[in-house]
Design a protein around this ligand. Structure first.
Ligand code: G6P
Length: 607
C-alpha cells in the first residue's frame, strides 16, 4: 500500500504534493509526510494519522521548494507514528517507498556496522541509508541511486531526492506501480495517474524493473538490465474531479445509494440493444472455448467470484475454480491447458491478484479482467476486460463495486452459456430481461434502509453476529459478515446454512443475532428448516427474503426484510443491499469511521 507523489517544477510544489496525497489516501492513512529541496538542502514535515494532520503541521511550519516528494503510509514494518512516517532522510537523501523490502534486515545490519544510525523501525529507511552510503563512497547521485536499487529485494516503488541543491527526482519500480507525468515546465511522479490527474493527463507507466531520472523537462529511463529504454506516453482518461459526499454523511452511504445508476450503466454496456443478448466482445471466445475457468480475487471481490461459480457451473456447464489470490499464487495450482482465468478487482492494483494474473499468463491461460479502474495494472495486463462501470468508489469497504462485479459476472455467465449453447436464445433473453430490471429492483431494495437502521442497534450491542445462506447466497453470507467486521469492528461469521450443525450452531445462545439471506430459490425449504433450528435455540433471526417467501419466516424471524421478487440471477445482487445497510447503520451507531476503517486500505498494493 502507501501512496507516492513527486513534483519538479519552476513553481512551489508543497500545496500540490498535498493535493496529490489526498487523492492517494485510499492506499493508506496511518501517517503522511513531504520533503522538498528548499535551497539549503532537504526539509521535511511529517505527521501521524490522516493527511489533514500533515496539512495542519505544514500550516504551522511551512516548508517550500520547487522539487519535492510526498507519501501517505499504510504501516507494514513499524508502528504508524510520526517517527516512522516517510520521507526517510539522511544528510543528503530523502526517499518515499511503497512496497516491502524483504532483505531490509541484512542491509540494515551491514549499514549499522558501517556506522549508519537508523531512526525508525521501517524497512524503507534502509533505502535512504543505502543511497547515502554510496554517495559517501564517492559515487555520483545517479550511480548511488542505481547501485542502491540494485541491492533491494522485494517490492518497491521509490521516489528520491538526492544531493543538496538538486533539481532532479529519482524513481524506480519493481512490483509496485509508478507513473511519470508530463506537465509544462514541470514533471511528476505518482503511484497512479489518479494522483496526477489535477496536474496532467500525459503519463507514462514505468515497467517492472525500470528506473527513471526525472528532470524538469525530460525523463531518462533504464530497464532492469540497465539499458536505456523509451516507454509510451499515454493520455490518461481519468477525471481530476474528486468524488464528493454531496448531501450524504459518508461515502459508504452515498455509494450504497448510487447502485441503481451504477448497475444501469454496467448492465447497459454488455447487452446488445437490438438482440437483447449479452455482448462480451473479446471475452466471448475466452469464455466459450475454455475447458475450465478459474476466478481469482481478494476480499469482497473474492465473494463476487464465489457467487459467479454457482452461475457459470449451473448455466454454462463449465467447471469453475475460485481462489483467493494470495493462496493461488503460491500453491502451485493445477491449471487446465485450455483454461481461462478471471481476475476480479475494484482497484485493479491488488498486489496478490496482480501476481496471480502474471502467474496465469506465464502458464498460458487466457485472462479476463473484471476491474473498476480501467487504467490500472490488472486492466492493462489482462488479454481483455469486462470493466465494471461503478464509477470511483471511495469508501474503503466495497459496496457499489461489488454489485457491479456481480452484474458483469451474471452477464458473463449467461453470455457464456448462450455461446456454449447450454441455454437457448429464449432462456438467455429471459435472463437478460431480468438483469435489465436490476436498477428498478435496486431502487426497491434501497427502501429497506430505515428498517435496516432500526435493526442496527441490536447488532451494535451483540458480541457476534452470524450470517447464513445457501447456494449463491452462501458467498453473500460471507460478504455480509465481512462488511460488518470491516466497518464496525464487531465479530461476525458467515456460514453455509447447511453447515450449521457442524459447528456454528454451538455459538447460538439467547439473543444471538443471525442474519439469514433467503430469497426464493430451489433451496428455500431447507433454509427455512435451518431458521427453525436456530430460532428454537433463542437466536434473534433477521431474515432477508422476498415477497414470495416472507410468510415462511413468520413466527421465526424477529425481523423480515422483504425485497421485491427477484427473478433469474438478480437475487444475490439485490440481497447485498440490506447487508450493506446493516453494516453501515451498525457502524453509525457505534461511531466508527466506516469510510476509512482502522488498519484497512482501499487498495492493497503489498502482499
Ligand atoms: C481491500 C478492500 C476491499 C476489497 C479488497 C480487494 O481489502 O478494503 O473492499 O474488496 O481490498 O480489492 P480489489 O481492489 O482488488 O477489489
Amino acid at each position: 500500500m502507501c501512496g507516492i507523489v513527486g513534483i519538479i517544477s519552476t513553481r512551489p510544489v508543497s500545496a500540490r504534493l498535498l493535493e496529490g496525497l489526498k487523492r492517494l489516501e485510499y492506499r493508506g492513512y496511518d501517517s503522511a509526510g513531504i520533503a522538498v529541496f528548499n535551497g539549503q538542502g532537504i526539509k521535511r514535515c511529517r505527521a501521524a494519522g490522516k493527511i489533514v494532520n500533515l496539512q495542519s503541521a505544514l500550516q504551522e511550519s511551512p516548508i517550500e521548494g520547487t522539487c519535492g516528494i510526498a507519501h501517505t503510509r499504510w504501516a507494514t514494518h513499524g508502528r504508524p507514528t510520526r517517527t516512522n512516517a516517510h520521507p526517510h532522510q539522511t544528510s543528503q537523501v530523502a526517499i518515499v517507498h511503497n512496497g516491502i523490502i524483504e532483505n531490509h534486515k541484512a542491509l540494515r545490519e551491514e549499514l549499522i556496522d558501517q556506522g549508519h544510525v537508523f531512526a525508525t523501525q521501517t524497512d524503507s529507511e534502509v533505502i535512504a541509508h543505502l543511497i547515502q552510503h554510496h554517495l559517501d563512497k564517492g559515487l555520483g547521485e545517479t550511480d548511488a541511486f542505481q547501485a542502491s536499487i540494485d541491492k533491494l529485494e522485494g517490492a518497491y516503488a521509490v521516489a528520491a531526492l538526492i544531493g543538496t541543491h538538486s533539481q532532479t527526482l529519482y524513481a524506480a519500480r519493481h512490483g509496485s506501480p509508478l507513473v511519470i507525468g508530463f506537465g509544462t515546465d514541470e514533471m511528476f511522479v505518482g503511484s497512479d495517474a489518479f494522483a496526477l490527474a489535477p496536474f496532467t493527463q500525459k503519463v507514462l507507466y514505468l515497467e517492472e524493473g525500470d528506473s527513471a531520472i526525472v528532470n524538469i523537462d525530460n525523463v531518462t529511463i533504464k530497464d532492469k538490465a540497465g539499458a536505456p529504454v523509451t516507454r509510451d506516453i499515454l493520455t490518461a482518461k481519468i477525471s481530476a474531479v474528486m468524488a464528493e459526499k454531496g448531501n450524504y454523511r459518508h461515502f459508504m452511504e452515498k455509494e450504497i445509494h448510487e447502485q441503481p445508476e451504477s448497475l444501469a450503466r454496467t448492465v447497459a454496456a454488455y447487452i446488445d440493444p437490438d438482440t437483447h443478448l449479452p455482448l462480451l466482445d473479446d471475452a466471448g471466445p475466452l469464455l466459450q472455448n475454455a475447458d475450465r475457468l478459474v476466478a481469482i480475487a481478494c476480499g469482497t471481490a473474492f465473494y463476487a467470484a464465489s457467487v459467479a461459480k454457482y452461475w457459470f457451473e449451473q448455466y454454462a456447464d463449465i467447471h469453475v475454480e475460485t481462489d483467493i489470490a494470495s493462496e493461488f499464487r503460491y500453491r502451485h495450482p493445477a491449471l487446465a491447458k485450455n483454461g481461462t482465468a478471471l481476475f476480479i478487482s475494484q482497484s485493479g492494483e491488488t498486489a496478490d491478484t496482480l501476481a496471480a494474473l502474471r502467474y496465469c499468463k506465464r502458464a498460458g491461460l487466457g485472462t479476463i479482467g473484471i476491474v473498476n479502474a480501467p487504467e490500472s495494472s490488472i486492466a492493462r495486463e489482462t488479454n481483455t476486460n469486462l470493466h465494471t462501470l461503478a464509477g470511483p468508489e471511495i469508501g474503503v469497504a466495497s459496496t457499489k463495486a461489488f454489485t457491479a462485479q456481480l452484474a458483469v459476472l451474471a452477464l458473463g455467465a449467461i453470455g457464456s452459456a448462450h455461446l456454449r449453447k447450454t441455454i437457448s436464445d429464449d432462456e438467455a433473453k429471459a435472463h437478460i430481461e431480468a438483469l435489465e430490471h436490476l436498477p428498478t429492483l435496486c431502487k426497491a431494495a434501497l427502501e429497506t434502509e430505515q428498517q435496516c437502521a432500526s435493526i442496527a442497534p441490536t447488532l451494535a450491542q451483540a458480541s457476534q453476529t452470524l450470517f447464513l445462506g445457501r447456494g449463491a447466497y452462501f458467498p453473500l453470507a460471507l460478504e455480509g459478515a465481512l462488511k460488518l467486521k470491516e466497518v464496525t469492528y464487531l465479530h461476525a461469521e458467515g456460514y453455509a446454512a447447511g453447515e450449521l450443525k457442524h459447528g456454528p450452531i454451538a455459538l447460538i445462545e439467547e439473543g444471538t443475532p443471525v442474519v439469514i439471506i433467503a430469497p426464493n430459490d430451489a433451496l428455500i425449504e431447507k433454509t427455512i428448516s435451518n431458521v427453525e433450528e436456530i430460532a428454537a435455540r433463542g437466536a434473534h433471526v433477521i431474515a432477508i427474503t422476498d415477497k414470495a417467501c416472507a410468510s415462511h419466516f413468520e413466527g421465526q424471524a424477529r425481523h423480515t426484510i422483504c425485497l421485491p421478487d427477484l427473478p433469474g440471477l438478480t437475487g444475490p445482487i439485490i440481497s447485498a443491499i440490506p447487508l450493506q445497510f446493516l453494516a453501515y447503520y451498525t457502524a453509525l451507531k457505534r461511531g466508527t469511521n466506516m469510510d476509512q476503517p482502522r488498519n484497512l486500505a482501499k487498495s492493497v498494493t503489498v502482499e
